[in-house]
Design a protein around this ligand. Structure first.
Ligand code: NAD
Length: 247
């Protein structure tokens, strides 16, 4: 049996990148998986490919900034799989802007997706996670929640908030046996990373003791552990997966 046998997971932003790695690995480990993403074609294609291989994977459109989308997605998941045990708040966007060149619009958009989206996800899923008796949430933050850097002020702010929200949620839901942990990826090969300035990537690799980027599966594997019953007593934990960048 897989390490997630009996689990049912929602993966936000599951159509590609780190989210898609979660979808694939979680399905292979026995979980039912609902993909939620604004990328409809990619999400559908991934769900169809895995369903063709016999895995119970479904796609539904989700804009994490819209609470009504969350309500629809969570209801559809419970209807399809009978329960919800696991939430992966992975959807996220990034743009490079320092304090003086950030716009109000840029700030609002990034905070809406990376911070408010995580709040809406937890708010909507929690009743079902509690009801399952063994709920688990993973919030994908970033090593940028733990450091400063030259020009992605809003991303630092939102990912820092994800860290604080994870801690607060772990306190609030520990008594209800829902575990909430957060993960801090360093530099991982994914689409979002192509937006990083080339100079930044070089600097990051130079500062990374392991001297290379990670791959999406590195993050999914960390989530897999934290969502499995092996991690039954782990909540409020912060797992850095960055090749030693922070060290
Ligand atoms: P990505 O851009 O490849 O994937 C992000 C996914 O989220 C996409 O499928 C996108 O469509 C989806 N998404 C974006 N806005 C959405 C919205 N409003 N509603 C629903 N879905 C939405 O990026 P990735 O690198 O796979 O990033 C995944 C997560 O990991 C993000 O939270 C990101 O901040 C975080 N992260 C990534 C890295 C990295 O190096 N790649 C490092 C640290 C943290």
């Amino acid at each position: 049996a897989g390490r997630l046998q009996g689990k049912v997971a929602i993966v936000s932003g599951g159509a590609r990148g780190l989210g898609a790695a979660h979808v694939e690995m979680f399905a292979q480990e026995g979980a039912g998986v609902m993909i939620g993403d604004i990328l409809i074609d990619e999400g559908k294609a991934l769900a169809e490919r895995l369903a063709d291989d016999g895995y119970p994977v479904t796609f539904m459109e989700l804009d994490v900034t819209d609470e009504t989308h969350w309500a629809r997605l969570v209801a559809a998941t419970v209807e399809r799989y009978g329960k919800l045990t696991t939430l992966i708040n992975n959807a996220g966007i990034y743009h490079g802007a320092g304090i003086e060149d950030e716009t109000t619009q840029g700030w609002n958009r990034l905070v809406a997706v990376d911070q408010t989206g995580v709040f809406f996800g937890m708010k909507t899923a929690m009743p079902h996670l509690v009801a399952s008796g063994h709920g688990a949430v993973i919030n994908i933050s970033s090593t940028m929640a733990l450091t400063g850097s030259l020009r992605c002020f809003t991303y630092h702010a939102a990912k820092g908030a994800v860290r604080s929200m994870s801690m607060a949620a772990a306190s609030e839901y520990g008594p209800k046996n829902v575990r909430v942990n957060s993960i801090y990826p360093g530099s991982i090969e994914a689409k979002s990373h192509e937006d990083t300035l080339p100079g930044d990537v070089e600097a990051i690799l130079k500062a990374t003791p392991m001297g290379r980027k990670g791959v999406p599966r590195d993050i999914a594997a960390a989530s897999l552990f934290l969502c499995s019953d092996e991690a039954n007593f782990i909540t409020g934990a912060e797992l850095i997966v960055d090749g030693g960048w922070h060290a």
